[in-house]
Design a protein around this ligand. Sequence first.
Ligand code: SF4
Ligand code: SF4
Length: 449
Amino acid sequence: MELPGTDITAPRKKVYPRHVEGRLRNLRTFFSILLQGLLFLIPWLQWEGRQAMLADVPGRKLFLFGLVLHPQDTYFLHLLLISGAITLFLVSAIAGRMWCGYACPQTIFTQSFLMVERWFEGDRAARIRLDRSPWNAEKLARKLGKRAAWCVMGGWLGFTFAGYFLPIREMAAQLLSGQVSTTTGLAMAFFTAISLFDFGYFREQFCCYLCPYARFQGAMLDSNSLIVGYDARRGEPRGKLKDPARGSCIDCGMCVQACPTGIDIRKGLQLECIACTACVDACDAVMDKIEQPRGLVRYSSLNGLEGKPTRVLRPRVLLYSALLLALGSLLVYLVWNRSPLGVDAIRVVPPGGQLAATTPDGRISNVFKINLINRLAVPEQVWIEAEGLEGAEIVGLQAPVQLKSGQVFEAQVLVLVPQKMARGSHPFRFQAHNQKDLKISKESSFFVP
Ligand code: SF4
Ligand code: SF4
């Protein structure tokens, strides 16, 4: 892989990608529409009367359809993030930077902004001409028209992105009534500004200079991973169409002109290549015109381009798959067995070390520290009882305990039993339940001296 040789302090050379049609372009357009549709739709979905997917920052809750995560559930998020990272490793090991080309929001929205730019300013050659031409009424109208359209797109994106952090229906109602809260206004302005800057101006620079994934890919890819590559064995020596000694490459430069990051795929695998396949479609069209077989630039592996066999099943692929399976199974198990209420209890040994004491009314007491957790999205009333201890009473809790959504309640309680209870350790369980008879229990034991 070619190392990044770009001088990051050098002024930016603006890239004017040429529009190309082709089968891979159609495939990317399909995924782009599908993923954008999902992105815009998901915040509007409802689940049990609330927004299905919402990172409620002020409320410190994350709603993922039926799952409500609170700050004490960060291990879920860690597991989700680790699973996401390993999925990316696995996809990269097999299919290279497929994510960048087909699913990354950076690529998808930059392409959408570019499409609008093309509507107003034309394709590559027209845009270069326009930028070099002096300012006149037509240039002003085209530039203003493009920016006005971008502002609409940026505003819509800003609203949608903010809708993953604030309730989108409330935001919509505020906008319609004209009474926008400061939080809504700031969140929308922030995401709109980011969208306009990133997709309208910064574009490929994000992939080339900022994206950490591009930096990792050297470690994730190997010579069997799928990449977009130029078949130098077939293409070289490149030369003009009429040159009888040339290979298949006629040095037309279409692959370079189509590239949204402005690189030349013929120089080999490069960090800036986002595997968008625009150069594949561009070169295939050229090959069709000169009646040569397609695929001079194509999906292949480094091994494939050198004429060696490509192996899909390799140790790293098997390792990532096994890790992913294990993590996925753990996540499913945790979600499946996750109770909306949680109870925990540990015995407290008071100063002096005595596990039990006798109360003035003759009963025997043990001290416990109890934790109750409400993992539901709504407040709950919780009652707690000592089950399995005849005549037992819990003192120190005002029943029912009022638990806000996500609240962890902690209390020290006395469990009292009649003195007639036999000596020794008596197993029992703390049982917590809500109004809907949702029950959860924690095993413990009572000590009678
Ligand atoms: S080299 Fe080809 S696949 Fe890579 S970014 Fe440029 S056009 Fe896309
Ligand atoms: S588009 Fe194909 S033929 Fe033209 S320069 Fe690129 S690789 Fe060579």
